[in-house]
Design a protein around this ligand. Structure first.
Ligand code: PHE
Length: 362
C-alpha cells in the first residue's frame, strides 16, 4: 500500500471516528491547516522531479477532495445527530392541559361597591370619604340628633373613650357624617357618593357589627324630591338590571332629612324564590332597601350653608343588603367569614361593572 493510501485510510477513519464537531474540526486543522498533514505533503512537492511532482500533485488533490468530502459528510451527520438529541430533549407536549394558576375572586362587597360607584359615577356623582372613627358631633349632633334625643338609640352605637380635650368619639354608625364634612369644606353644587364601612352593635342573619353603606348627597339651589325619586329609580333599574322594577317611597323619619322616606322594592316571594319586576300586580311583598329624604335645613345651617339659598337630597343604603338581594346570598354574616369555598361560589371574576347604560350582560 502506498504512503498516500495509508494516509487516506488514517484520515478517513479519524474523520469517521470524530465524536463531535469539536473533534472533527481538530482533525480538519491537523489535515488541511497551515501545518496539516496534506498541506505538508503539498509543500514537499516543490523539491520533487517535475514528472513525479505532477503525478503526486494530482494524487494529493484527489486525496484532499476525498478528505474534505468526508469531513463535510461527517459534519452533517454530527449536526443532524445533535439536532435530533435536542429535539428529543426539548420537545413540548402541546396536547397536555395547561397548568392552572390559582386565581382569586372579587368579594361580593367589593363587586357591589364597584357596581354602585360606576352607576352613580355615570350620573355625575363623585366619591367622597371620611374616617371610620368619628366625633359624636359629626355622627349625630350636626345631623340634627339633639343630645339625649331618643333617635340616637335607633343606632346601636359603639362608643369610644373621649379624646383628651373631651371630644366624644364613636365608630361611625352611618356614612352620613361625610355629608357634614363635605358641606363644611365645599360650596354647592355638591354631588357625592360615599361608600364606606359603618358599625353598629348588631348580630343576626341580616346584621353584622361592621357593614357597608353608600351615602348620596346632592345640594344646589333647586334639587327637589322629584329628582331624588328619579335618581333612585334609575339607580335601582341599573343596579338590579331590571327595567320593570317597582319602588315605593314610604314616609319615614330621620332627624337629618325632612321629609324623609324609606324605599321599598316590590317583590314576589312565591315558591320560596325572590323575584323583582315583571309582575305588575302580582307582587305580594315589599323589601326595604334604603332611607332618604330632603336634607333638613338645620343640617345645612349646622354645616355653614344658607338654608334659604341651598337645598337638596340625601340617601343611604346598605351594601350587604343590596348585594344579598341581587346575588341571592341568604346570610349576611357569611360575607365576613373568609370561607374560601364561599368565595369560590359567590365571588366574581374581574368583569365589567354595570352602569346606567348597560348591565353585566351587555
Ligand atoms: N343614615 C341613614 C341610616 O343609616 C340613612 C339615610 C341617609 C337616610 C341619608 C336619609 C338620608 O339609616
Amino acid at each position: 500500500m502506498s504512503e498516500l493510501d495509508t494516509l487516506r485510510e488514517d484520515l478517513i477513519s479519524a474523520v469517521d471516528a470524530a465524536a463531535d464537531l469539536k473533534a472533527l474540526d481538530a482533525i480538519r486543522v491537523e489535515t488541511l491547516g497551515r501545518k496539516g498533514r496534506i498541506t505538508g505533503q503539498m509543500q514537499s512537492l516543490g523539491a520533487m522531479e517535475p514528472g513525479a511532482r505532477k503525478a503526486m500533485g494530482k494524487a494529493l488533490n484527489v486525496l484532499k477532495d476525498e478528505v474534505v468530502a468526508a469531513i463535510d459528510a461527517r459534519r452533517t451527520a454530527l449536526e443532524d445527530a445533535e439536532l435530533d438529541a435536542r429535539l428529543a430533549e426539548e420537545w413540548v407536549d402541546v396536547s397536555l392541559p395547561a397548568r392552572s394558576t390559582p386565581m382569586g375572586r372579587i368579594h361580593p362587597i367589593s363587586q357591589t361597591m364597584e357596581e354602585v360607584s360606576a352607576i352613580f359615577g355615570d350620573m355625575g356623582f363623585v366619591i367622597a370619604e371620611g374616617p371610620d372613627i368619628e366625633t359624636d358631633w359629626h355622627n349625630f349632633t350636626a345631623l340634627n340628633f339633639p343630645e339625649g334625643h331618643p333617635a340616637r338609640e335607633m343606632q346601636d352605637t359603639f362608643y369610644l373613650p373621649p379624646k383628651d380635650d373631651g371630644t366624644k368619639m364613636v365608630l361611625r354608625t352611618h356614612t352620613s357624617p361625610v355629608q357634614v364634612r363635605t358641606m363644611m369644606e365645599q360650596e354647592p353644587p355638591i354631588r357625592i357618593l360615599v361608600p364606606g364601612r359603618t358599625y353598629r352593635s348588631d348580630w343576626d342573619q341580616t346584621h353584622t357589627p361592621m357593614f357597608h353603606q353608600f351615602e348620596g348627597l346632592v345640594i344646589d339651589g333647586s334639587t327637589h324630591m322629584g329628582h331624588l325619586k328619579g335618581c333612585l329609580i334609575d339607580f335601582c333599574k341599573a343596579y338590579f338590571e331590571i327595567d320593570t322594577i317597582k319602588l315605593n317611597f314610604r314616609p319615614s323619619f330621620f332627624p337629618f332629612t325632612e321629609p324623609s322616606a324609606e324605599v321599598d322594592i316590590a317583590c314576589n316571594k312565591k315558591g320560596g324564590h325572590l323575584r323583582f319586576g315583571h309582575f305588575d300586580d302580582e307582587h305580594d311583598d315589599w323589601l326595604e332597601i334604603l332611607g332618604c329624604g330632603m336634607v333638613h335645613p338645620n343640617v345645612l345651617s349646622n354645616c355653614g350653608l344658607d338654608s334659604s339659598k341651598y337645598q337638596g337630597f340625601a340617601f343611604g343604603m346598605g351594601c350587604e343588603r343590596i348585594a344579598m338581594l341581587k346575588y341571592g346570598i341568604p346570610d349576611g354574616r357569611s360575607f365576613f367569614e373568609t370561607d374560601v369555598r364561599w368565595m369560590k361560589h359567590y365571588g366574581f371574576m374581574p368583569l365589567d361593572v354595570p352602569s346606567v347604560t348597560g348591565g353585566l350582560s351587555s
